[in-house]
Design a protein around this ligand. Structure first.
Ligand code: NAD
Length: 346
């Protein structure tokens, strides 16, 4: 593994391999950039077939965190940790070992939740280090990020619709939501309250039933992308927009919460060529990061500041769509260039 040449290529500042003999914890922490502040990013616990896969994942994810924070105007850099499953059987001892590694970075990395981590795990990290956020509201933390992510998605959707020439503010629009989990369901509730007609799909029957009770019409997972709608909101998994699926879309706007919606960079161009306005995922889904990172503000967590920063996703996207229209570049390219410029300036 040519780790250093990959760090240079992707602009990483530091990569830290963690092995704790007592518990068997194996992890990698990547700090992409501290140019704008402490690198806030989730700990992902995942079964990686090879250590090289874990490294690829953590380098990619930590870089993406830098750009998400930069576009959201946060005083944060980008970092991420991956833990190679299985996590030590003694969960507390494993979390403490991880926390010691996080602590040794002196605040360059601030850990939070991602796949396989919950609020109880953050509480265990906090027994050893203060550089972990995402505590429950009862513990004085920021709580569940999903409602904030959903608020940001709705704000971003409004900007995307405006860029597509629609100022209707959802009344009478048709929106297809793929994935009715924590964020998708909250998006559905908000859309229905605003007067939109919602079509939804999920691989979980339970999630479909809950969405139906909220007023959505359930359609099959194999047909959700083919629906004639104003907006497609991917809120399930990533990489759903590729050469095959983009050719079949019947929407004016793609705006949703899922990470890494474009299978490849070329898919941003494919959407633009079809005249579909795409809200770059790492801009529109920043609400959760905005919420959790507020715990590290010197004045402490402030719900009003979070609300204002989430609402600003709309104006950020207005700027991105305007520049895309002016330059002929895709919205994804414009967002990435803006983020890189902010990180470089920091
Ligand atoms: P979640 O696990 O609560 O919900 C995801 C839902 O998608 C589940 O109900 C699952 O059954 C469904 N799903 C999975 N594969 C599907 C498929 N092929 N077709 C249809 N449905 C499918 O997750 P979440 O927290 O709601 O996050 C949703 C997406 O948004 C993820 O990509 C996540 O990375 C991203 N995201 C979430 C947040 C947040 O605050 N939770 C923040 C930023 C980005």
């Amino acid at each position: 593994m040519a780790v250093i040449s990959r760090m240079v290529e992707q602009g990483h500042q530091q990569v830290c391999h963690v092995w704790d003999a007592a518990t068997g914890l194996r992890a990698i922490i990547a700090v992409h950039s501290n140019a704008l502040g402490p690198g806030v990013g989730g700990v992902r616990i995942r079964d990686y077939a090879y250590e090289a896969d874990a490294l690829t994942d953590v380098l990619r994810l930590s870089e993406a965190m830098s750009y998400k924070a930069a576009c959201a105007g946060l005083p944060c850099g980008g970092a991420k940790a991956v833990v190679m499953a299985p996590f030590p059987a003694d969960r507390r001892a494993g979390m403490h070992a991880l926390a010691r590694a996080v602590d040794s970075l002196g605040g360059r990395y601030v850990a939070t939740e991602d796949m396989g981590m919950g609020e109880a795990d953050i509480a265990m990290l906090n027994e050893v280090t203060r550089h972990a956020v995402g505590r429950s509201i009862a513990d004085g933390g920021s709580g569940d990020p999903s409602p904030y992510t959903a608020d940001g998605v709705i704000a971003g959707m409004r900007a995307a619709l405006r860029a597509a020439g629609d100022d209707s503010n959802f009344a009478g629009l048709r929106v297809a939501v793929q994935g009715c989990g924590s964020v998708g369901f909250a998006v559905i509730e908000r859309l229905i309250a605003a007067g939109a007609e919602v079509l939804a799909s999920d691989i979980s029957q339970q999630a479909c039933d809950r969405a139906a009770r909220a007023g959505a019409t359930i359609v099959g997972n194999d047909t959700i992308l083919d629906q004639a709608v104003d907006v497609l909101a991917p809120c399930g998994v990533g990489a759903i927009l590729d050469e095959r699926t983009i050719g079949k879309l019947k929407c004016r706007v793609v705006a949703g919460a899922a990470n890494n919606q474009l299978a490849t960079d070329a898919d941003g161009t494919r959407l633009a060529e079809r005249g579909i306005v795409y809200a770059p995922d790492f801009v529109i889904n920043a609400g959760g990061l905005i919420n959790v990172s507020d715990e590290i503000e010197p004045s402490g967590y402030d719900a009003q500041r979070v609300h204002e920063r989430v609402a600003a996703i709309e104006t950020t996207l207005d700027t991105i769509f305007a520049e895309a229209a002016q330059t002929g570049n895709t919205s994804a390219m414009v967002a990435l260039a803006q983020a890189r410029a902010r990180v470089a300036a920091g």
